[in-house]
Design a protein around this ligand. Structure first.
Ligand code: CA
Length: 219
């Protein structure tokens, strides 16, 4: 899952980027409002973390601009703690959730997972497809009731496939979702992850479609 983070405070931004990446998300971080505003139009993000006070363009303006242009990505705004007016204004402008500073990384992560789930029409905390169950919150994977250990990137690929079960995902879409801009991507990275996942989950857990993509099918 790919996160767009717009936060000018270096400490908070760095902490969020590092922390969320350790938890298996890929994060593109912008400190300038205008750059962050533009970024949403350049890559397929699953969720946005948006600070309100920003240089260049403030968070509320950014949010209004996106919603006006029809961008529907879920947005979690970061507000000053206890500032009720800011929260209400944010939600009125199309934010999906808010969090007051200071916050715990765990809480940001939980909220982001909930937003991603909801935007995918997934209301149950667990996703399942045939004999595989995945919990996006604690990143645990079970096959026939037995836990399967996956690497962080394998987890992202599996989560993506399960969130989009019964739909074909192209290699390009998967690649765009699993790597942020600051990571080097090898040309066969997606194939390698799928190959490793097949070793762990059995080769039939996913079907290759005409060399262009992959699908996880129910039934
Ligand atoms: Ca700020």
């Amino acid at each position: 899952m790919r996160v767009l983070l717009i936060e000018d405070d270096s400490l908070i931004g760095d902490g969020l980027k590092t922390g969320l990446e350790k938890l298996g998300l890929s994060v593109d971080w912008f400190q300038d409002g205008e750059d962050g505003n533009e970024a949403l139009f350049q890559a397929p993000y699953d969720v946005v973390v948006l600070d309100l006070g920003l240089p260049g363009m403030d968070g509320m303006e950014i949010l209004k601009d996106w919603r006006k242009k029809g961008k529907k990505e879920p947005v979690l705004i970061l507000t000053a703690r206890g500032d009720v007016d800011q929260r209400i204004a944010g939600l009125d402008s199309g934010a999906d959730d808010y969090l007051g500073k200071p916050f715990a990384l765990k809480e940001v992560h939980a909220r982001l997972n909930a937003l991603i789930r909801r935007s995918n029409g997934q209301t149950a905390p667990e996703i399942s497809c045939r004999n595989i169950r995945f919990n996006p919150q604690n990143k645990k994977v079970f096959q026939d009731g037995k836990e399967v250990l996956l690497s962080p990137k394998e987890l992202i690929v599996l989560e993506l496939l399960m969130m989009n079960k019964n739909k074909i995902l192209s290699k390009q879409v998967i690649e765009d979702k699993i790597y942020s801009w600051d990571e080097e991507v090898q040309s066969n990275a997606v194939e390698v992850h799928i190959h490793n996942l097949r070793k762990k989950l059995g080769k039939d857990f996913v079907r290759t479609v005409n060399k262009i993509g992959y699908i996880m099918e129910e039934g």
